[in-house]
Design a protein around this ligand. Structure first.
Ligand SMILES: [Zn+2]
Ligand SMILES: [Zn+2]
Length: 132
């Protein structure tokens, strides 16, 4: 049982690594092409566990399904409000800027910041040029 679980987890991990911030349903659809016997519940459960363990990132949205990211290191995202695509910002911000924001958050809330989840929104280059 344990072996089967980890084999499935490996497949899910490998599939996620090839995708661009997919939802659990999108990961499932991709895996199903090669492993039709896998269940949506298995994919959901494994992605949830991996996110809880900090092996992958879970990106949550108020009005849409969670998306998953194999890069578990802190990095920030921008989503296109027209096509919905999620982009990685290609570098994190200068650490002095991040510290300034952390201090501003602590000053107004008293919370000492340990990590950040930042989501920017805008219109991507493809949508702006009408190519999307
Ligand atoms: Zn777009
Ligand atoms: Zn990302």
């Amino acid at each position: 049982m344990a072996r089967r679980y980890s084999a499935q987890k490996q497949i899910i991990e490998d599939t996620l690594a090839k995708m661009d911030h997919p939802t659990a349903a999108e990961v499932y659809e991709e895996i199903r092409k090669a492993y039709p016997q896998i269940s949506l519940g298995t994919v959901y459960r494994n992605l949830g566990l991996m996110a809880d363990d900090g092996e992958i990132l879970r990106l949550s949205f108020p009005d849409a399904p969670d998306r998953f990211d194999p890069n578990a290191h802190e990095h920030y995202h921008v989503s296109c409000s027209r096509c919905g695509r999620i982009f990685d910002t290609d570098r994190t911000f200068p650490s002095e800027l991040v510290r300034q924001v952390d201090r501003a958050v602590e000053a107004c809330t008293g919370v000492r910041v340990e990590s950040r989840v930042m989501m920017f929104r805008g219109v991507c280059a493809a949508c702006r040029s009408g190519r999307a």
